[in-house]
Design a protein around this ligand. Structure first.
Ligand code: UD1
Ligand code: UDP
Length: 361
């Protein structure tokens, strides 16, 4: 039986790797989780393991926060040690964070196979740390699990051999399907936050290029405040700790946004699925909005999820206050009848099949 190492470190990786962990458990496969510790606050980390009933990480490197080089270098050293000891046949990583890059680089240098879940996404914006992580990880990988045919085309265009690429769908769809009913039935976020179905907008904003830049962050907040005032709507913003820190450092004071702590997955899914509109710079949230049929305004100049724009679920507003209001009005006036481009919710199963060479691997 092959031995699999799952390397992860942040909130979106835990959520998008959960379907794979469940599938490995169901098949009684030999796998373990190596957590880098990039995210460590309870509500960005443990809450997801507990709520989704995921296996405990066998290792946690407790790398914590730092500059890109600090985070990545500590991870590389720690991951290498574990891989030398555990000798897995394959290392799986998901997405585009520093933990993903470190997992892929540590493994490929030890000649351990690398599988990249969510391969082939490109924003073509090299000022984003995530874009560098995506490109490097894809080019270190032996198995590239592309969520869509568009992503496959991008990889082929970069010269990656066809036999390494597998179009599987995105595991975010699996995660949504596995949890949405429970979220709708048991989630109590609407009640706790005193919100009514379809009567509020949901905001998330945490990307380095937005919140670490005082002018850009201020302009986005101005845009969001204008949306709340002009459209007379409640805006809820579960705020990432990075954004909370930068907001206070830049002394920004939103007038009309309701800030709440980051939410657990079931509460957040419930809030997403009943929102009238979602405004975000998150990759995962753009996808979830699309799958859940909620219109999305993306607070960025580009996206590596162009499928959402093509089906009409999403629009790019950038960081200009007037444009955020204009795009919000436009999306509210549209019909929410697009189809989901990210797969059928069985990406996890497919990926495990491919890695293990079939159902009994
Ligand atoms: C990281 C990813 C980003 C992803 C996001 C998911 C990189 C380069 N960035 O960004 O792509 O969208 O995770 O949420 O990998 N902090 C805490 N508690 C934590 C973690 C972070 O308070 O558990 C605060 C610290 O002040 C830290 C800051 O957030 O300095 C940034 O953390 P970091 O992990 O470097 O990047 P993220 O912004 O979380
Ligand atoms: N999410 C959550 N609680 C929150 C905000 C987001 O559970 O308060 C989930 C969301 O459902 C999605 C994932 O976190 O699956 C997205 O992660 P994030 O926005 O941090 O990172 P990105 O996708 O931008 O890398």
């Amino acid at each position: 039986m092959m031995r699999v190492a799952i390397v992860l470190g942040t909130r979106p990786e835990i959520i998008k790797m959960a379907p794979l962990m469940r599938e490995f458990e169901r098949r009684k496969s030999d796998f373990f989780i190596l957590h880098t510790g990039q995210h460590y606050s309870y509500n960005l980390d443990k809450v997801f393991f507990e709520q989704l009933g995921l296996p405990h990480p066998k290792y946690n490197l407790e790398v914590g926060s730092g500059s890109h080089a600090e985070e990545t270098s500590k991870m590389l050293v720690g991951i290498e040690k574990v891989l030398l000891e555990e000798k897995p046949d394959i290392v799986l990583v998901e997405g585009d964070t520093n933990s993903v890059l470190a997992g892929a680089v540590a493994a490929v240098k030890l000649q351990i196979k690398v599988g990249h879940v969510e391969a082939g996404l490109r924003s073509y914006d090299r000022s984003m740390p995530e874009e560098i992580n995506r490109i490097l990880t894809d080019h270190c990988s032996d198995y590239l699990f592309a969520p869509t045919e568009k992503a496959e085309g991008i990889l082929l265009g970069e010269g990656i051999p066809r036999e390494r690429i597998f179009v599987t769908g995105n595991t975010i769809v699996d995660s949504i399907y596995q949890n949405i009913e429970i979220a709708r039935e048991r989630g109590n976020a609407l009640g706790t936050l005193h919100l009514s179905v379809g009567k509020y907008f949901l905001v998330t904003l945490h990307r380095q290029e937005n919140v670490d830049n005082p002018l850009r962050f201020a302009s986005i907040i101005e845009g969001l405040d204008n949306v709340a005032t002009e459209l007379q709507v409640l805006m809820v913003y579960p705020i990432h700790p990075r954004s909370r820190k930068m907001m206070s450092e830049f002394r920004l004071r939103p007038k009309d946004l309701r800030l709440v702590d980051p939410l657990d997955y079931l509460s957040f899914l419930q809030l997403e699925s009943h929102a009238k509109l979602i405004l975000t710079d998150s990759g995962g949230v753009q996808e979830e909005a699309c799958v859940l049929g909620v219109p999305c305004v993306t607070l960025r100049d580009n996206t590596e999820r162009p499928e959402t724009i093509e089906v009409g679920s999403n629009i790019l507003a950038g960081a200009i206050a007037e444009k955020i209001l204009e795009c919000s009005k436009f999306m509210l006036g549209k019909e929410n009848n697009w189809s989901n481009p990210f797969g059928d919710g069985r990406a996890g199963e497919r990926i495990v099949d491919i890695i293990t060479g079939g159902r009994n691997g």
